[in-house]
Design a protein around this ligand. Structure first.
Ligand code: ASC
Length: 151
């Protein structure tokens, strides 16, 4: 394991060991953090989507690098869903994130599993495999948005 990977693993270990609220000074900081990490995920996932959908030429190593970023960053945003940060504006988390927490956590885990599979699939340097894994991962994004995000 590279030094960077060890540092990253330690950061995630620390992040997941503490209660979510204890990791942020203020609820607004948690909101900013989760939005920022979703933004990074969306950027790199979108680059893979552009290849999967034929908008840019397929580049296997680039897809693999982007998928590794997505798989890593997918561990981060959920610590930012601290109590009292639901909303009613478009894009905000609905109150059922907290009232149906087990279902929300399961949806998050499913997404993390599918983006991990995407990272593995992307290393095969094969567009059809990339498309299949991208579609499965995108489905987990959409499922959670449909259930838990204000439309
Ligand atoms: C993306 C992105 C999402 C998902 C979702 C899939 O590229 O930013 O949130 O895919 O649109 O339905």
């Amino acid at each position: 394991m590279s030094r960077l990977m060890l540092v990253c693993a330690a950061v995630v270990g620390l992040a997941t060991a503490l209660p979510a609220a204890a990791q942020f000074q203020k609820p607004e900081d948690a909101v900013k953090y989760r939005k920022a990490s979703f933004q990074v995920m969306a950027t790199h996932f979108g680059r893979i989507g552009a290849m999967a959908n034929g908008r840019v030429p397929f580049n296997g190593p680039a897809a693999a690098a982007n998928a590794d970023v997505v798989a890593f960053v997918a561990n981060l945003p959920f610590a930012g869903f601290v109590d009292g940060t639901s909303g009613t504006d478009k894009g905000e988390p609905k109150a059922n994130v907290w009232s149906e927490r087990a279902k929300f956590d399961a949806a998050a885990k499913k997404m993390q599993e599918e983006v991990a599979k995407l990272a593995t699939a992307a290393k095969a340097n094969n567009l059809d495999q990339l498309k299949a894994a991208f579609g499965a991962a995108a489905g987990t994004c959409k499922a959670c948005h449909d259930d838990f995000r204000v439309q």
